[in-house]
Design a protein around this ligand. Structure first.
Ligand code: 0RA
Length: 634
């Protein structure tokens, strides 16, 4: 062993430790660990591309769903024999842990020095791995099983160009489940194409027979545009703020204020999505808030009568933050919160001066932003005043501050209580008379409910119907929202069973979704299903909620030469209170649809397409529908 130094020994460490304790290297052997193998191999190719040596990466999920090939047109993993170890460089890279250092030429620098162990870890945990390299006019190939070479590196023929292809199939002896998720891989590759602008990634999904190519020359700024578009939130200013830094810390940032009420920040560390509250996010928030405050103060824009809180400044902000750092430390239950303290100061220090400068150089944009922030502060004050009014009245036992048209229930315990939000005064009248006064309250809304999509909370709260609703709910809204103060156990939307009614329900759902999301998330929002038809057959009466329901009843219940008499309700208002109770209000016989946040999220795009002011989006929606109709005709 003469001539070997301690350093060489670590370089030559075998792969046993990886198979013995896979969790140490990939975090676990569940689905995230399994997919981690893909990210490791892809990252090596991404590095090759980001250093300017490759322009194309193709990832193939094979038909079995349990093996993947990653291919790039980079320089190719070196195949020459290492003078000291007398082995091909490729073999050392794939078969030894921590091999990175020895091969770290000046011309091979990873994006922030992130990996180096990746290739060998994936190899160790793969039942089979085949590395193919095109380089110097030839194709070279080497095959491994569980990290051990089967045969030598071979020259398999002549080849043009250069590049690396890695096929691998994770080892079922290590992973209890070895099925990859095409969705996860596609999502990750698409995000990578935004986070590394200029990169072209193709995903071939043989399990579904599809192929997608992702390429986004404008990177993160394009990503931001997509997020803002998807959320249907209107932007307060046209040009987003963007920042790119690469001195020590590589940081990329794009953000924009929108008229939505919440803050959305997507953050990434080394291309990995991160949870909120990490040090990179904290640094961004503090730097951003300080820059805006400074701008407001230097230009004497501070409003009278309200103090601006950090939450006011952050309201409606939508952004993407990506950092690449050498040694990320993660904490939290899902290990997705960045913990490196130095990153906070670094991000804060990068954001604050550059944002302040940008605001000063874009005065009209800055004014729009400051206007948005002041509005947020005023809305917060207004909704605080409204909810304080309710609190005061409950404290004194009286209910004088509740909206006049609310017919409240008499129960003192909230359990089992329900608020029916009813369209129109006459329907409200039937509901008032037909309800169980002890547990059911009725709030009639007059006329058309306003379309709140894309509106700031301040604008929304100028509407009397909406403030009445918020007051009746008692839980406040926006920054003053507190679900603990919601005055009823269930909130039920009750509208006519026709298209106008559906429209009103959609408008109310939009309002709840955008401004009272937690009510939905906690499963407290419902839609009532009033009947559309009354079907009398002989002495019996049935209720049908739609045409199909009516047909079914007629088919099933008409016997002999009995006749079905069908009455179509024009609206809830013409229904007798007793009938409304039997069909729609009585908890024992009625049907309620619970609004699920997953449903709402799935329909988010649809809701915003329908409700948003953007005619382009509406057009797309109609086009999408037209396509479906065509498909049905075929
Ligand atoms: C070490 C040195 C060189 C390239 C690579 C590794 C390399 C690794 C991977 C993994 C996937 N694709 C890759 N492409 C390249 C530089 C070799 C030289 O100096 O030509």
């Amino acid at each position: 062993m003469a001539g070997y130094s301690a350093k060489d020994i670590t370089v030559l460490e075998g792969l046993d430790p990886v198979r013995k304790r896979p969790g140490m290297y990939i975090g676990g052997v569940g689905s995230p660990g399994l997919h981690h193998l893909v990210w490791e191999v892809v990252d090596n190719s991404v590095d090759e591309a980001m250093n300017g040596h490759a322009s194309q990466i193709t990832v193939t999920l094979h038909k079995d769903g349990q093996s993947v090939t990653v291919s790039d047109d980079g320089r190719g993993v070196p195949v020459d024999i290492h003078p000291k170890h007398k082995k091909p460089a490729l073999e050392i890279i794939f078969c030894t842990l921590h091999a990175g250092g020895k091969f770290e030429h000046d011309n091979y620098k990873t994006a922030g020095g992130l990996h180096g162990v990746g290739a060998s870890v994936v190899n160790a945990l793969s039942a089979r791995l085949v590395a193919t390299v095109r380089r110097d006019g030839f194709e070279h190939k080497m095959e491994f099983r569980a990290g051990t070479p089967v045969g030598k590196l071979e020259k398999v023929g002549k080849a043009r160009g250069s590049g690396t292809t890695v096929f691998f199939r994770p080892d079922p002896e290590i992973f209890p489940k070895t099925d990859f998720s095409a969705e996860l891989i596609r999502e990750r590759l698409e995000i990578a194409s935004y986070l590394h602008k200029g990169l072209t990634v193709t995903f071939v999904d043989e399990t579904h027979g599809s192929k997608d190519t992702f390429h986004h020359p404008d990177g993160i700024a394009e990503f931001l545009g997509r997020i803002v578009g998807e959320r249907g939130a209107r932007a307060v200013h046209e040009q987003p703020f963007t920042l790119f830094r690469d001195n020590g810390l590589r940081l990329e940032l794009a953000f924009q204020w929108t008229e939505s009420t919440d803050e959305t920040l997507k953050s990434y560390v080394n291309g990995i999505p991160t949870g909120s509250g990490g040090t990179h996010e904290l640094g961004f928030r503090s730097g951003m808030v300080k820059a805006v405050r400074n701008y407001i103060e230097t230009h004497s824009l501070t409003p009278r009568g309200v103090t601006l809180s950090a939450e006011d400044i952050r309201e409606g902000l939508t952004g993407v933050l990506s950092v690449f750092i050498a040694d990320p430390q993660f904490q939290g239950q899902t290990k997705d919160r960045l913990n490196n303290p130095e990153v906070q100061a670094a991000v804060d220090g990068a954001v604050r001066p550059s944002l302040e400068q940008w605001l000063n150089q874009n005065r009209s944009t800055a004014e729009q932003i400051v206007g948005r922030i002041i509005l947020a502060a005023r809305a917060r004050e207004a909704s605080r005043a409204a909810s304080q009014a309710v609190t005061r009245k409950t404290a004194t036992g009286g209910r004088t501050m509740l909206p006049g048209k609310l017919s409240d229930c008499s129960a003192s315990d909230r359990r089992g209580t329900e608020l029916f939000i009813v369209e129109g005064d006459s329907a409200g009248g039937s509901a008032k008379q037909g309800r169980d006064r002890n547990t059911q309250a009725v709030l009639p809304l007059r006329g058309k409910v306003m379309n709140t999509e894309g509106m700031t909370l301040a604008k929304v709260l100028e509407n009397k119907e909406i403030t009445d609703l918020v007051t009746a709910l008692g839980c406040g809204v926006g920054q003053n929202f507190d679900i603990a103060r919601l005055r009823y156990e269930r909130i039920v939307l009750l509208a006519d069973a026709d298209s106008d009614g559906h429209h009103i329900t959609t408008l109310l759902l939009t309002f709840f979704y955008r401004h009272l999301t937690e009510v939905i998330r906690q499963g407290r929002l419902f839609v009532a299903v009033p009947p559309l038809y009354r079907v009398d057959i002989g002495k019996e009466t049935f209720w049908a909620v739609d045409d199909a329901d009516k047909e079914r009843i007629v088919k099933d219940k008409v016997r002999g030469n009995a006749r079905a008499e069908i009455t179509r309700f024009k609206g809830l208002g013409e229904m007798m209170p007793k009938v409304l109770w039997d069909t729609t209000l009585n908890p024992k016989t009625r049907r309620l649809l619970k609004i699920d946040i997953a449903d709402v999220l799935a329909t988010d795009r649809v809701v915003s397409d329908l409700m948003g002011k953007d005619p382009q989006a509406r057009f797309h929606f109609i086009m999408d529908r037209a396509d479906q109709a065509d498909a049905l005709d075929v």
